[in-house]
Design a protein around this ligand. Structure first.
Ligand SMILES: NC(=O)c1ccc[n+]([C@@H]2O[C@H](COP(=O)([O-])OP(=O)(O)OC[C@H]3O[C@@H](n4cnc5c(N)ncnc54)[C@H](OP(=O)(O)O)[C@@H]3O)[C@@H](O)[C@H]2O)c1
Length: 398
């Protein structure tokens, strides 16, 4: 007969699936069938975090769900941004309690409903205040840092957010006994880059590594999705993309794939601790190819305005635009638009290490671009858009 304590130990040592396998072979007479039904509805799993030795106890229905408990508490700094919402949604849907630090009351309202009651916890924070950062991650075993700004504001320089902010969060996380720190950087982060943004991103990576040994660094390519600044920008401001004769090469990356990768990293201690991941499209697309893609799918004339704007002229325009108090094309961002996306850095891991097959841009883009169509063509199928889905890769990254 199996005692309660030995049963619990069995449950604790093994995953729910292995418990099922063990149950039929070792428990025999106590009614494997009824146990199986019970187990299918409610499984336990215990994981010991490698860095801190703290337990994470999973419970609830298989496959997660809003009312299951993943056993994790995660803080997502930068949750109010584009990528952040998809990560919070994935975590909360699997029963992780998510702390969502915010600066502006209105920016976190949409996050609150992504999880079960009490599972998404908004907390006000200031990136310069260590006390507030500590409050936000005090109870968390996993901390994500998605904060980052692609342009400077009058209060925050690139270095303030991308380097000093990242370092501060990593230091507080290490001091508070957090198990996992996952930091989102950029595919092109480079200490020698001409772009201040990319330089500070590289400095941020270094600062995080020094402050939190074992941190996972994630380097995504340019993201596309509902709130992106790539496809949306080409569809609504095509003129600002008529530069460099459309020859800059990008590796557009689906935001949902990156959110999925970030979620998986939380439990993939052996794969992810201390590693850097390059998460970008396997193919490169020139800006010109992207403009043709957007034109076909939106059925709008985008490429027609095909006069290349000289660098000098657009740089002057960006400098004037930078004086505005709302975001426009900043000179640093413009500089980045002349830079090709880099191949994966040597020694970094990628999608395959997480078992993810990244989405194909041509197949997904319509979801995000249909809203730019005229009402006359709104419901036309993609086949009518004139888009020729390429059988061959545009150019596989070297
Ligand atoms: N989007 C891309 O194409 C792309 C590509 C590669 C890498 N990345 C990196 O991925 C991360 C997420 O990107 P994203 O597109 O989601 O960025 P995003 O939409 O601009 O969101 C940035 C987040 O950082 C927060 N933040 C910015 N400055 C802050 C400050 N001074 N104090 C506190 N919080 C601040 C924002 O909070 P508020 O809402 O309060 O402003 C927001 O939550 C960033 O690190 C970015 O550099 C993005």
């Amino acid at each position: 007969m199996l005692s309660v304590s030995s049963g619990c130990a069995l449950l604790a040592r093994n995953s729910p699936r292995s418990v099922l396998a063990a149950s039929s072979s070792t428990l025999g007479s106590i009614g494997a069938a009824s146990l199986q039904i019970q187990q299918r509805r409610f499984g336990h799993d215990l994981t010991i975090k490698r860095k801190t030795g703290k337990p994470v106890i999973e419970a609830g229905p298989y496959g997660g769900g809003r009312n299951s408990v993943s056993g994790h508490v995660a803080t997502v700094f930068g949750c109010t941004g584009f990528l952040g919402r998809y990560l919070v949604s994935r975590l909360a849907q699997k029963g992780t309690q998510v702390i969502v630090p915010f600066r502006d009351e209105d920016e976190k309202r949409h996050l609150k409903i992504m999880g079960d009651l009490g599972q998404v916890v908004p907390m006000e924070w200031d990136i310069r205040d260590e006390g507030m950062i500590e409050e936000c991650l005090r109870h968390s075993d996993t901390v994500y840092n998605l904060t980052g700004r692609a342009y400077e504001t009058k209060n925050f320089s690139f270095a303030d957010v991308n380097r000093d902010g990242a370092r501060r969060i990593a230091e507080v996380a290490e001091a508070s006994g957090v198990s996992r720190f996952i930091h989102v950087s950029h595919l092109n982060a480079d200490a020698n880059s001409e772009s201040v943004f990319l330089r500070t991103k590289a400095e941020g990576e270094e600062a995080v590594r020094a402050a939190f040994p074992g941190a996972t660094i994630v380097r995504p390519g340019p993201l596309y999705g509902h709130e992106d600044r790539l496809l949306n920008s080409i569809a609504s401001w095509p003129i600002t993309w008529h530069i460099n004769y459309g020859q800059t090469r990008l590796r557009p990356t689906h935001s949902l794939n990156v959110a999925q990768a970030l979620e998986l990293m939380m439990d993939a201690d052996n794969t992810a601790i201390g590693q850097t991941f390059s998460l970008a499209n396997h193919r490169t697309y020139t800006i010109s190819e992207l403009m043709h893609l957007v034109e076909s799918l939106t059925m709008n004339k985008i490429v027609r305005q095909s006069v290349n704007i000289p660098k000098l002229a657009i740089t002057a325009a960006a400098k004037v635009g930078d004086l505005a108090w709302w975001q426009m094309l900043s000179p640093d961002e413009l500089q980045r638009r002349y830079m090709d996306d880099k191949p994966d850095a040597p020694g970094t891991k990628s999608w395959a290490d997480l078992g993810i097959e990244p989405d194909v841009l041509e197949e997904i883009a319509i979801v995000y671009l249909r809203r730019y169509r005229s009402h006359l063509y709104f419901e036309q199928p993609v086949e009518n858009s004139g888009l020729r889905l390429k059988k061959e890769p545009y150019r596989v990254v070297d």
